[in-house]
Design a protein around this ligand. Structure first.
Ligand SMILES: Cc1cc2nc3c(=O)[nH]c(=O)nc-3n(C[C@H](O)[C@H](O)[C@H](O)COP(=O)(O)OP(=O)(O)OC[C@H]3O[C@@H](n4cnc5c(N)ncnc54)[C@H](O)[C@@H]3O)c2cc1C
Length: 424
């Protein structure tokens, strides 16, 4: 009987377990999770923190008892794996004890990261990744009235925090060292429109700056000196600066680590029997032709499932993905695909400030480099699928149903025709 171990039980770990069980009804699956919760969706943390979602709503796969029963798992909750010893095929727990495995899936995800800010006590530096983070923010907001806040990081996470604070009537400033919003996904033209709309809802946007240091007054107010010499006084600071892959349990002499654990299309590392999936790993980036962390919920599920199939002896290939974000916030949708640093010929449909769909595609030497979409998430699936097939199959056409969706949503036939002229 094969002994499987899964470390970390979020989206990737859950899908890994499901596929192992689907392909090996007899195997022994042991799950190690550092907290006592069922797998949850980190995307929903801001909805809970803002009071728009009940706590239970963040757990899409049910309770741990149900999952363990359905998939016949042995679950160790509140147990952190300290090290994986690939040569002896053992996991080492924090108390120093060791357990053997035959095949292991590392699905440890990522953690919110922010460099310490002088004067800002860790208790006052809120972040947003885990359910604990969400509980902390919600409790802070409910403990006493908060009137003003700074969110650092104009990322997809940062904007969701801004959204929840603004909805509670909190005067919020969004800061980022970058020159505009969504620096890793939006073209400047799209960013300017989004920024105008957010500012119109009362948010102060302050780019090219971060917090240099804070001073806490007796009543708890945070006096923030900014890196550009400006100054703000607020009651709350939320840092949404970035994430780091959780890779400390891996021995870099056994497994290649770049920003994440590097895996091949079968989600296997270079060390036999060790697989990785989700935000802790770097899988194929189809556009760049190398490996990257693609920190997306669906990506974690696909990668986890692929790893599980291969671990259980079935075939599974995950050819790779494209950087892709879909975010709904403050009454708008923004979708970014591909590499927004690569620019060439610009194809535009609609105007960013006009009502309805706006698409901006950048074409570099005949190939699609990136796409921004505002205000219509319905076209995103068809375009993502087309982009994906372009990169995996070379020159392709849109499927008739996809062309129909694009036309129905208002894309001009000329734009669609140009899109279909792309090469890999
Ligand atoms: C606020 C927010 C908004 C987001 N919005 C979107 C979005 O709009 N679209 C989208 O696609 N994605 C979004 N994401 C990203 C998405 O949630 C992640 O890509 C996805 O959840 C990754 O799943 P995972 O299983 O790899 O990692 P995780 O969900 O991080 O799970 C990893 C688990 O491993 C556990 N663990 C870590 N180390 C150990 C250890 N040593 N021992 C035992 N257990 C360990 C952790 O506690 C955790 O439970 C968002 C994320 C956040 C925080």
């Amino acid at each position: 009987m094969t002994k499987y171990a899964i470390v970390g039980f979020g989206c990737a770990g859950y899908h890994g377990a499901r596929e192992i069980r689907a392909n090996d009804p007899e195997g022994e699956i042991t799950v190690y999770s550092e907290h006592a919760l069922a797998p949850y969706n980190p995307m929903l943390t801001t909805y809970y923190a803002g009071g728009r979602l009940a706590y239970e709503g963040a757990f899409p796969f049910g309770s741990m008892e149900e999952i363990a029963r359905q998939l016949d798992l042995t679950v160790h909750q509140g147990v952190r794996v300290a090290k994986i010893h690939g040569r002896s095929r053992e996991v080492e727990l924090e108390d120093g004890s060791r357990r053997v495995y035959d095949r292991i899936l590392i699905a440890t995800g990522a953690r919110a990261f922010a460099p310490p800010i002088p004067g800002l006590r860790p208790e006052r530096a809120l972040m947003m990744r885990t359910m604990d983070d969400a509980v902390r923010l919600r409790e802070t907001l409910e403990r006493r009235p908060v009137r003003s806040a700074i969110v650092v990081g104009a990322s997809m996470v940062g904007i969701k925090v801004v959204e929840l604070l603004t909805a509670r009537g909190i005067q919020t400033s969004l800061l980022d060292l970058a020159p505009g919003i969504f620096p890793l996904a939006a073209y400047p033209e799209t960013a300017r429109e989004i920024e105008g709309r957010i500012a119109g809802q009362g948010v102060e946007l302050h780019f090219g700056a971060s917090i240099a240091r804070t001073e806490e007054t007796a009543d708890g107010t945070l006096r923030c000196s900014l890196t550009d010499g400006e100054f703000r006084e607020v009651e709350l600071v939320v840092l949404c600066i970035g994430t780091r892959a959780n890779t400390a349990l891996v021995n870099p002499e056994e497994i290649r680590i770049h920003r994440g654990i590097v895996v091949g299309p079968r989600m296997e590392t270079g060390c036999p029997g060790i697989y990785a999936a989700g935000d802790c790993c770097e899988g194929g980036d189809l556009q760049a032709g190398d490996t990257k962390i693609i920190g997306l919920w669906a990506n974690a599920g696909h990668q986890g499932g692929t790893a599980g199939r291969n671990m259980a002896g079935a075939e599974g290939i995950f050819t790779g993905n494209i950087l892709h974000n879909i975010t709904h916030f403050m009454g708008m949708d923004f979708i970014g695909m591909g590499d927004n640093r690569r620019r060439g010929e610009t194809l535009v449909c609609g105007t960013p400030e006009g009502a309805g769909l706006y698409i901006r595609a950048e074409v570099e030497q005949g190939s699609l480099a990136g796409v921004n979409i505002l205000d219509d998430y319905r076209v995103s699936g068809a375009i993502k699928n087309y982009f994906y097939r372009l990169l995996t199959q070379g020159h392709v056409s849109l499927a008739p149903v996809q062309r129909g969706i694009l036309l129905r949503e208002g894309l001009r036939p000329g734009f669609i025709k140009r899109l279909e002229e792309m090469i890999r």
